[in-house]
Design a protein around this ligand. Structure first.
Ligand code: IMP
Length: 196
């Protein structure tokens, strides 16, 4: 059985490989299929994008495929930026543009609750797909703190901590993050299908 991990992000690949053993599988990544174009992430939800990526890659390669999509969901903003997290401040915006916009939108608001959420989809070569998800609850603080990580990390304090994701080490973040929780769940539920 062959499994393609539908990402060209080396960091994500490493994180997935650290959780799954993939004993009985030939594992490939999108790096091994340069001829396949990137899937356009135009879904309205994290689920839709994860499903679209895994099904398109599975059908294009004839292999099983795993894909994920993540976003930051802020309660006071009705779940925004959510599926639009990467381009919250505009099509070609930077992480810092996104963080500035988030601080502007939350200025003067007392409810700063938020969560990061990841959806992982697994598709067989025919496009039969299932999903698992993981979330990391926390809050958005009022100024940037820390330099580790990426994206909204300097503004997000996970529940049970006083540091932001950007102040925590990658070891700690990778234990409690939305992605880690989704991957752990996927591992628990799917290990019978794709190995432990
Ligand atoms: P992706 O689906 O993993 O590419 O994530 C989409 C966007 O969500 C990223 O471009 C970031 O803006 C945001 N995001 C996802 N995961 C994280 C995280 O762990 N820390 C900070 N921002 C994140």
């Amino acid at each position: 059985m062959k499994l393609v991990i539908a990402t060209r992000n080396a960091h994500k690949l490493e994180e997935i490989r650290s959780i799954f053993d993939f004993k009985n599988l030939e594992v490939r990544s999108a790096f091994d299929f340069p001829e396949i174009p990137d899937v356009v992430e135009d879904g309205d939800t994290l689920e839709a994008n994860a499903i679209k990526k895994s099904v398109e890659i599975a059908k294009a390669t004839g292999c099983w495929a795993m894909a994920d999509d993540s976003g930051l969901e802020v309660a006071e903003l009705d779940g925004a930026p959510g599926v639009y997290s990467a381009r919250y401040a505009g099509e070609y915006c930077s992480y810092s543009d996104n963080n500035e916009k988030l601080l502007r939108e939350l200025a003067g608001k007392s409810n700063r609750s938020a969560q990061f959420r990841t959806v992982i989809a697994l598709s067989d070569p025919e496009g039969n797909v299932q999903t698992q998800e993981g979330a990391c609850p926390g809050k958005i603080i009022e100024e940037l703190r820390g330099t580790n990580g990426f994206g909204y990390d300097p503004l997000f304090v996970p529940e049970g901590y006083i540091e932001t994701f950007a102040q925590l080490s990658s070891e700690v973040k990778n234990c409690i993050s939305h992605r880690a929780r989704a991957l752990q769940k996927a591992h628990d539920v799917w290990s019978g299908i794709i190995g432990s």
